[in-house]
Write a protein that binds this ligand. Structure first.
Ligand code: R5P
Length: 302
């Protein structure tokens, strides 16, 4: 007899167009109903989204907001608005939360986009947000609904533990990432160093101090960052590590945006491999977030 097994949890997971596989993984971990969203993009670029009526009043919209950023963001709002309009409680799972870097006006006249994004998602009906390694706590503070920020570090470090590394040293490309790198190093029972990076706010050009405080000769290095965007930070950091006689160099991050020629830049600098989570689908998405996100959802809807 071909019995269709009914999902056990009382949660409906809407698979946003940017994150269908991740949504399926989350629904599987939750034993929840999975609702695919049907997307049509009109020739002027507008999105039309349609999905079946959720069976439950607890809805999870899974939609990462990697490029095309604005399109994915608006699609997240559309799905949230539909669920909220039907009377559901909406939790938005946005593993890569776009605009979190623009959390203040760094130069006169800049818009604080992170604050605007928070207001937009809330006005669409989002009552709770789950994200991964949000770039800044300030960005999270613009939400008046709860934001649960899940760290990918234990998962990335777990992956690194299975790599065959020679006396690895964990490297943060900048001082801002020290806590992340320290946590990573603790799991690997290894050492950590933080480079001294600065960025020109007008041109985006990155510079890193060449001299290190530690001897890393012959040691494999894992560069740990929240995201790789243009690849400039990782490429510059790699140059510094190689000048200081490091062994093999790997880059690990939560969000591999890998824009434009980032991959070539990083490879040319000497990085052996890039390992990221599946917050952004693609060839670098080697670490699965679905179980950690499912656990986060359980606590939201407990
Ligand atoms: C900066 O503070 C971030 O943690 C990343 O290091 C940065 O956003 C990476 O950007 P890119 O790849 O363009 O250097």
């Amino acid at each position: 007899m071909n019995l269709i097994r009914k999902a056990l949890s009382e949660i409906s997971v809407i698979a946003g167009p940017s994150s269908p596989l991740l949504a399926a993984g989350i629904a599987k971990h939750l034993d929840a109903e999975l609702i695919p969203a049907d997307l049509r993009i009109f020739s002027d670029g507008e999105s039309k989204i349609r999905f079946g009526k959720p069976a439950h009043k607890k809805c999870v919209v899974v939609q990462s907001t990697h490029p095309p950023v604005d399109t994915h963001l608006l699609q997240a709002m559309m799905m949230a608005a539909k669920c909220a309009g039907d009377g559901a409680q909406v939790c938005a799972v946005i593993p890569y939360l776009a605009y979190a870097r623009q959390d203040k006006a760094f130069l006169d006249g800049e818009v604080v986009s992170a604050a605007l994004v928070a207001r937009l998602l809330e006005s669409a009906g989002v009552e709770r947000v789950i994200t991964v390694d949000i770039h800044s706590k300030i960005a999270a503070s613009y939400f008046s609904v709860g934001v649960r920020d899940i760290s990918s570090i234990p998962l990335l470090a777990d992956y690194a533990l299975k790599m065959n590394l020679r006396r690895p040293v964990i490297v943060s490309p900048d001082q801002g990432g020290i806590a992340r790198a320290e946590q990573f190093a603790k799991i690997l029972e290894s050492d950590m160093i933080a480079l001294k990076k600065s960025r020109d706010r007008n041109t985006g050009a990155v510079t890193i101090e060449q001299k290190l405080d530690a001897d890393i000769s012959g040691r494999d290095a894992i560069l740990v960052d929240d995201m790789i965007s243009s690849g400039g930070s990782i490429a510059k950091a790699t140059e510094v590590l190689l000048k200081n006689n490091a062994g093999e160099i790997y880059a690990m991050c939560a969000h591999a945006l890998m824009l434009d020629d980032a991959a070539q830049k990083i490879q040319a600098a000497g990085v052996r491999d890039v390992i990221a989570t599946n917050s952004i689908p693609g060839k670098y998405a080697k670490v699965d977030l679905s179980s950690a996100l499912a656990d986060g959802i359980k606590t939201v809807f407990a």
